[in-house]
Design a protein around this ligand. Structure first.
Ligand code: SF4
Length: 372
């Protein structure tokens, strides 16, 4: 185990009955580098998760090396997934992170199965694969290599600047399979970002990561998700955000109003009452008992942001016909690869072709949410 020499406390399984029940639990680890965070190491039986056929997500397979996320975004809609482990969806989600330490081996075993059809695999759809823990556990390099070697297309969505570490590896992977990169940047006000996404890299650092990925040859999409009613949704705020996204070199943008499902709503309400109590009545009126902002609000938001996206020369992200993920619309030379229609640029990197037939969502609707 990589952390044997650094562990300062090894907890007993009975401290967290939900984890002990998994029977793949190895141990819990704390280290001074991650004050307040406990990592629970488990052995995954498999790495590839199949998304339910009723899901609105535009992909079928995901990999989540971590459960819980120290990026600690208050609005994170993966929070309720922690409750299955008898952990809470608030502070525990931020500070009790499950690590699938053997995920690369498990993935290689999954990919070697005859039944594996090399469908697109999405990373970062539940929790962030480049959260801080990745700096120590270093699971992503092996995952990227295993997917590329097996001929499996992949997409990565992250808020983590650690992505830069793997850009050379991703460049290499993109010579073999389609690789999509998207950066999640929803908050462009530094003070707001520090309170509502307290564990994330700064907005400026994420924009610099977009530029680094663009310089490495990728068409990068920015996910402005979620847009927070009355906090980040004015025309001026959206215009400023899109200007900075464009300046960073991104080619496309996708957006969505905040979704507050049960298990998230309570934590967001707590944040709102503490930091912006003046907005509590307006949020109560807007969301009521619902998880989604009302259609009227979403239509108004669409009417405001779509012309701005166009004015800044950014494309709305589209669903890719080959990989099923949301991402770049950058033009590329088309080629047919087996059953997939994909694109390989003159620099040899696989990229997806634009799909002019399907927009990210019908007029006035929002595209399917990813979990970031
Ligand atoms: S929204 Fe994404 S980055 Fe933020 S806590 Fe959730 S998984 Fe982590």
């Amino acid at each position: 185990m990589r952390w044997d020499s650094q562990a300062t406390q090894v907890a007993q399984p009975d401290v967290l009955p939900g984890l002990a029940r998994l029977n793949t639990f190895i141990r819990s680890v704390r280290t001074p580098e991650f004050a307040g965070v406990t990592f629970h190491e488990i052995h995954a039986k498999s790495a590839l998760n199949k998304v339910g056929h009723t899901s609105a997500m535009p992909f079928t397979w995901t990999i989540n090396p971590y459960r819980g996320c120290s990026h600690a975004c208050v609005y994170c809609f993966a929070r309720p997934s922690h409750e299955y482990l008898e952990l809470d969806s608030g502070d525990d989600f931020d500070n009790q992170v499950i690590v699938k330490t053997n995920i690369v081996e498990a993935l290689r075993a999954d990919l070697a199965k005859k039944s594996w059809k090399r469908e697109h695999v999405a990373l970062g759809t539940n929790t962030d694969p480049y959260q801080r823990a990745e700096g120590r556990y270093q699971l992503m390099p092996g995952i990227i290599e295993a997917l590329a070697e097996s001929g499996t297309p992949m997409s990565i969505l992250t808020k983590g600047t650690l992505l830069r570490r793997d850009l050379p590896r991703l460049q290499h992977a993109a010579t073999r399979v389609p690789v999509d990169i998207a950066m999640s940047i929803a908050i462009f006000d530094d003070e707001l970002q520090r309170t509502i996404e307290p564990g994330t890299p700064s907005t400026a650092a994420r924009l610099a990561t977009v530029t680094a990925a663009v310089d490495a040859g990728f068409h990068v999409s920015v996910f402005m998700m979620p847009i927070l009613p009355y906090l980040t949704d004015s025309a001026e705020q959206l215009n400023d955000a899109l200007e900075r996204i464009k300046a960073a070199g991104a080619t496309s943008v996708t957006y969505s109003a905040m979704h507050l499902r049960p298990g998230v709503k309570e934590w967001f309400a707590r944040w709102l009452n503490t930091h912006r109590p003046d907005l509590t009545p307006r949020y109560r009126r807007l969301y009521g008992d619902d998880a989604y902002a009302p259609a009227a609000y979403r239509k108004k938001l669409a009417a405001r942001i779509r012309p701005l996206i166009r004015d800044h020369g950014l494309a709305p992200a589209v669903e890719d016909p080959n990989t099923g993920s949301m991402g770049s619309t950058a033009a590329a030379q088309e080629r047919v690869v087996g059953a997939r229609v994909s694109a390989r640029d003159s620099d040899g990197l696989w990229r997806r072709r634009p799909n002019k037939e399907r927009t990210s969502a019908p007029d006035g609707e929002q595209p399917a949410l990813f979990a970031l």
